[in-house]
Design a protein around this ligand. Structure first.
Ligand code: ADP
Ligand code: MG
Length: 323
């Protein structure tokens, strides 16, 4: 069990940003409207995620740290209609196996909850504690017991870059959630959680960019797409400012990204790229998110239709500009 968790940790917990991703996704799944993330030393010293979500029940608390103990899937059939971000139940055990993790959580506003401490996969403490409704998880000294993994970490700046990039994508995916990100005491991201995507774009890319975005919107029987693309003048040297969000999940889709480029490059030089945020809603059964443990890669069952829609939508938004 313990070794299995360390092995799984290699898959799930590649670097500090993977911990941030898994913890924040859990907070989102718990219905939080406010999520605060504090990191120190690129996340290698501390990653702390505090949310105001549902909290974890007493009996479920230790369970959450065992492998495949997810509360989110009840039957095999559920796997095909995944709405929550997590579903494999392997994130917490994997993280706890390679760090010193502490959870303080409460499911109501009574002021009383519990605290669970796990070190290197072993329960170090489990007791009643004062707690606000929601969950507060601290992950300290990541990879302290896996020196080989620690050796592969890049500079603090690089690790922080991955963390902030992920936080940017998550805030773009959830304009209705108020996020903050602080590193060594500096605030790197702060969104209001008022549901205004344009406001989040301005927070992430700067207010100048926020003012240069064109809205896009399109709907078919299978897909509902809306979002923003930057005006042609605002083109960039790389594609890193393209975010594709499927049913609230930030994903990597080569197919959709390619469709965006195809649309864009019919009007602009092929070495220039837009800022794009696309929210695509579809029946969950049309998308397979269980391709890789990171859940970043997806496959679509009606891909050609989606591709055509996205390409047309981009051309249309830009075309109206050029004319
Ligand atoms: P998964 O998200 O795949 O279910 P995890 O290992 O990430 O698995 O989490 C295990 C379980 O712990 C979750 O199913 C959930 O019940 C509980 N949990 C984890 N984080 C939170 C949180 N922030 N708020 C409420 N419950 C949580
Ligand atoms: Mg999870």
């Amino acid at each position: 069990e313990h070794i299995a968790n360390q092995i799984a940790a290699g898959e799930v917990v590649e670097r500090p940003a993977s911990v941030v991703k898994e913890l924040v996704e859990n907070s989102i799944d718990a219905g939080s409207s406010r999520i605060d993330v504090i990191v120190e030393e690129g996340g290698l010293q501390l990653i702390r995620v505090t949310d105001n979500g549902a909290g974890i029940e007493g009996e479920d608390c230790e369970m959450a740290f065992f492998r495949h103990a997810t509360s989110k899937i009840n039957s095999g059939k559920d796997l095909f209609s995944i709405r929550t971000l997590g579903f494999r139940g392997e994130a917490l055990p994997s993280i706890a196996a390679v760090s010193k993790t502490e959870v303080i959580t409460a499911t109501d506003g009574s002021g009383l909850g519990r605290k669970l401490a796990v070190e290197g996969g072993h329960v170090a403490a489990h007791e009643e504690a004062a707690a606000r409704k929601g969950t507060d998880i601290s992950v300290k000294e990541l990879f302290y017991n896996t020196p080989a993994r620690l050796k592969y970490m890049k500079t603090i700046q690089t690790e922080l870059g991955h963390i902030s990039d992920y936080m940017y994508r998550l805030s773009l995916a959830h304009p209705d959630i108020a996020f903050t990100l602080k590193h060594n005491g500096n605030t790197l991201l702060q969104t209001l959680g008022k549901g205004d995507l344009l406001q989040v774009i301005a927070g992430v890319y700067g207010s100048a960019v926020g003012k240069q975005m064109l809205p896009v919107e399109e709907e078919s029987l299978d897909y509902k797409i809306n979002g923003y693309i930057s005006r042609p003048e605002l083109n960039r040297a790389n594609r890193s400012a393209i975010s594709i969000i499927i049913n609230g999940r930030y994903v990597r889709s080569f197919a959709v990204q390619h469709a965006i480029m195809n649309g864009y490059h019919t009007l602009l030089p092929i070495n220039r790229f837009p800022v794009v945020i696309l929210h695509i809603e579809m029946d969950p059964s049309l998308v397979d998110v269980n391709v890789h443990p990171s859940k970043l890669e997806v496959r679509f069952s009606k891909e050609p239709e989606l591709i055509r829609m996205v390409e047309d939508l981009i051309k249309q938004a830009l075309g109206q500009q050029v004319l």
